[in-house]
Design a binder for this molecule. Structure first.
Ligand code: G6P
Length: 467
């Protein structure tokens, strides 16, 4: 088997920041893939410096994964990471034209950093390596590598949604971005919806020859295959966290502090794509519609801050503080506070315990590439007394967890009434139905896990014939 060179912006799993889902699926998934298959993981160190040098810092993580990272200039961090990646592409690909900022220098910084990545990583690539590039930060990297003479197979996986064509065309130079993407041999998306949008764009805007059945896209005589590979959690690894004293203590802490009330939990990076204000509106509506049930429910929202230098993230944080304050102010009693809002990350063990102690998991993104918190919540449940998952129909995980209409309770995150109604259904759901729904979901969570995802993608990449 060829060695794998994995390239992503973020490298390595930050300690104690959360389970795979809570920190964003990418880092946890790649750590799991490399722990099992070996190889090397290249990306940004997370550090800013005055002057770019391109020198590589090597490290071996406790998990035995070899990482190779470069520092970026402060200007790169501003224009590429905070700028084009997180103020242009992220909002646009999450259907938020209202938050999308287009600045020329963002685009220039984005291309500069992609070229810097290419220059630094080329010397690490051996002729037999397969290369796997990840996410929206690095869409032009394949083209850069080709221009530097790299002949290896190169695959790309997008962890976030692919927007509809009529949104994507609002991006200046959108054609250039997608043409560059078509220099990869294999492109993976999270599900069939994003795949269809991608193929539609290629046909309509680029005039590429597209075969929907095989996902083949031919442009200027070059062939790329596009396919859906839904990402999963590192099931066995996550389950082993549940057997620790830390997980049991966390579960006990949660249960003893909520006593006779049902705990409902949300765990998300503090990001506007997660639908957190809408979630709070739904909970507010639940208390408005069923005021007598304020004694039955406590909602715990864990939301570690993210991308704090980007304005829209500062704004969402302020909105959440205000909404939480309003609901708690209106609905608290001297002995009851309906919402606990926690702004910091927790270890995987603790999160496992919290998920298991909470009888409702509330996952309401407005758009999400996948959403691994939904899968972690299902994995952590007790088979004899499982909780209920309430899930947005706009999460990438929806097709897998709806299980023919009898898995998760599906909601429209824009509708407060829908959220409120489904919270009531979840609260009152009899044990037999909770078990039946959970049993339908656990199979895909356990089997379609991160190793299945890696094997599928890497297997397909390795099967591509090089010219
Ligand atoms: C999402 C993205 C990842 C990213 C993660 C955390 O899951 O798809 O690429 O790593 O969020 O975001 P951050 O900006 O902290 O890396």
């Amino acid at each position: 088997m060829s060695r794998l060179v994995v390239i992503s912006n973020r490298v390595a799993v930050p300690k104690a920041r959360g389970a795979a889902g809570a920190q964003g699926g990418l880092a946890g998934a790649l750590n799991a893939a490399l722990r099992k298959n070996g190889g090397i993981w290249f990306g940004w160190s997370g550090q800013g410096v005055d002057q770019f040098t391109g020198s590589i810092n090597y490290a071996r993580s406790g998990d035995g994964v070899t990482t190779a990272t470069i520092d970026l200039e402060y200007q790169d961090v501003d224009e590429y990471y905070n700028g084009y990646a997180n103020s242009t592409l992220w909002p646009l690909f999450h259907f938020r034209l209202d938050l999308t900022r287009y600045e020329n220098e963002f685009g220039v910084g984005y291309e500069r950093v992609n070229e810097r990545f290419a220059e630094a990583v080329v010397p690490l690539i051996a002729p037999d390596d397969d290369i796997w590039v990840h996410d929206y930060h690095l869409m032009p990297l394949g083209e850069q590598l080709r221009e530097k003479g790299v002949k290896n197979r190169i695959g790309f996986f997008l962890h976030i949604p692919w927007p509809p064509t009529n949104l994507l065309v609002s991006l200046p130079f959108h054609e250039r971005l997608v043409r560059a993407l078509l220099r990869y041999d294999l492109i993976g998306l999270q599900n069939g919806t994003w795949l269809d949008s991608f193929l539609h764009y290629c046909r309509k805007e680029l005039g590429a020859e597209v075969d929907e059945r095989t996902g083949t896209v031919v442009l200027d005589g070059r062939k790329t295959i596009a396919k859906a590979y839904p990402i999963g959690i590192d099931y066995d690894h996550f389950m082993s966290k549940g057997e620790t004293g830390e997980a049991r203590q966390a579960q006990q802490r949660l249960q003893s502090s909520t006593r006779h009330r049902t705990a409902m939990i949300g765990v998300d990076r503090l990001d506007y794509s997660k639908g957190l204000p809408e979630r709070l509106d739904g909970i507010g509506r639940f208390f408005d519609n069923y005021p007598e049930r304020v004694r039955d429910l406590v909602f715990i929202q864990i939301a570690p801050p993210s991308r704090e230098d980007v304005q829209s993230y500062q704004h969402i944080r302020a909105v959440l503080e205000q909404k939480t304050g309003q609901i708690n102010g209106a609905r608290s009693e001297v002995d009851i506070v309906p919402i606990r809002y926690v702004n910091r990350g927790h270890s995987q063990e603790e999160l496992f315990g919290f998920y298991r102690g909470a009888k409702i998991g509330l996952v309401t993104p407005l758009r999400d590439g996948m959403n691994l918190v939904a899968k972690e919540y299902v994995a952590a449940q007790d088979a004899t007394d499982p909780g209920v998952l309430i899930l947005s129909k706009f999460a990438g995980a929806a097709p897998q967890l709806d299980c023919d209409g009898e898995g998760a309770l599906m909601i429209n995150p824009h509708s407060s009434d829908d959220i409120a109604h489904n919270i009531r259904l979840a609260l009152d759901m009899p044990l037999e139905e909770r078990k039946a729904r959970w049993e339908r979901m656990i199979g895909t969570v356990r089997d379609d896990n991160v190793h299945w995802w890696t094997e599928n993608f890497v297997g397909d990449l390795a099967a591509i014939e090089l010219d």
